[in-house]
Design a protein around this ligand. Structure first.
Ligand SMILES: Nc1ncnc2c1ncn2[C@@H]1O[C@H](COP(=O)(O)OP(=O)(O)OP(=O)(O)O)[C@@H](O)[C@H]1O
Ligand code: SF4
Ligand SMILES: [Mg+2]
Length: 330
């Protein structure tokens, strides 16, 4: 049985008098123990919205339209909020939020913040929680003597490590990391990613890593979902999606990634911007930006179809375009 099984998950934000923002629109996937899923897509495509929907940590205007999130055999949308808080959130599924680096309380010692997170969920003494907080800091490569520091005494990378320590405090089965390294320089970014990977392996955690950075996702993931306008457009093993991309959007994303090896080539971007999800385009949501769009694309929405073994693509013409590279004049 997969650790996490998500089926047709659909969450819209309601905007009074204007309608619904279709941020998470029919997402399905499953995740095995110890497996990592990378979710990549441009800004505004619904990645963070999907993450908070998986945690059931939704703002007031969020509406679950349909779908299920089954975690360790339990549908989290059928649990009352108090059970979810006590038994599921942080204990079985936990999250490092986008911009988490700045989420530590500025005038409370780092140690006290980790202790509070532990004691909120577990019936342990303050001494025991403090010892565990020290173990957790050491786990993420920070000396336990720094428990007495305030967040401003930590570097950005250390604050991010502390947030990862907090997310792991209750030994979750699933860790969601939403852009965990975006604000960091490349050296620290590489260290944090390695830390996440090492901890994931050590504890057999199932990881969902969200990033707009294709190279981060390629390095870290077993499976990859390419998200655009609230939907998965391509889904499969990292190998298939990155070495044999079949959706024009994936090809476009990859054309913007510099390669260190191989012949130098001109980087190409995807013209335009993702659509407003209050009123997404009819038919294929990528059609207004797709250089291969035909009439049918503007009329009929493509399904996510298994084109090869466990390699899914949402494009009417994926087969025909198989060998066609992304090429747009800029
Ligand atoms: N509370 C909200 N109410 C209404 N719309 C929202 C709300 N939160 C997010 N949105 C909208 O939902 C869409 C998806 O946003 P989301 O933050 O999930 O994107 P993202 O892929 O995480 O982007 P980024 O890479 O910039 O973090 C956007 O159009 C955004 O404006
Ligand atoms: S369905 Fe049409 S518009 Fe959409 S990605 Fe495929 S070719 Fe492009
Ligand atoms: Mg986001």
């Amino acid at each position: 049985m997969p650790v996490l099984d998500v089926d047709d998950l659909t969450m819209y934000y309601e905007i009074p008098f204007r309608g619904f923002v279709r941020a998470v629109d029919g997402i399905s996937f499953s995740l095995e123990k110890g497996e990592s899923l990378g979710i990549v897509g441009e800004s505004g495509c619904g990645k963070s919205s999907l993450a908070i929907t998986l945690m059931r940590l939704l703002p007031k205007n969020a509406r679950i339209i349909k779908g299920r999130v089954i975690l360790d055999g339990i549908n989290i949308y059928e649990l009352p909020e108090d059970r979810l808080r006590k038994e599921i959130r942080w204990k079985r599924i936990s999250m490092v939020f986008q911009g988490a680096m700045n989420a530590l309380h500025p005038i409370i010692k780092v140690g006290d913040q980790i202790v509070e997170a532990i004691m909120l969920h577990e019936d342990v003494s303050k001494e025991e929680a403090w010892k565990r907080a020290g173990d957790l800091l050491e786990l993420v490569g920070i000396d336990r003597s720094r428990l007495d520091n305030y967040p401003f005494e930590f570097s950005g990378g250390m604050r991010q490590r502390a947030m990862i320590a907090m997310a792991l405090a209750l030994n979750p089965d699933v860790l969601l990391a939403d852009e965990p390294t975006t604000a960091l320089d490349v050296i620290v970014q590489a260290q944090i990613l390695k830390l996440i990977k090492d901890l994931q392996r050590k504890f057999g955690i199932s990881l969902i890593l969200i990033s707009h950075d294709v190279s981060v996702i390629a390095e870290m993931s077993d499976k990859v979902a390419v998200m655009y306008a609230g939907k998965f457009q391509e889904f499969g093993s990292a190998f298939d999606v990155f070495l044999n991309p079949l959706h024009p959007y994936t090809k476009g994303l990859l054309s913007g990634v510099p390669s260190v090896k191989g012949k130098p080539r001109r980087l190409k971007s995807i013209p335009g911007a993702p659509p407003n999800l209050l009123n997404p385009p009819k038919g294929c949501r990528f059609a207004p930006r797709c250089p291969f769009a035909k009439e049918k694309c503007f009329e009929e929405e493509p399904d996510l179809v298994e084109i090869e073994d466990k390699h899914y693509v949402r494009c009417h013409f994926a087969e025909e375009l198989r060998e066609v590279p992304w090429d747009v004049s800029e």
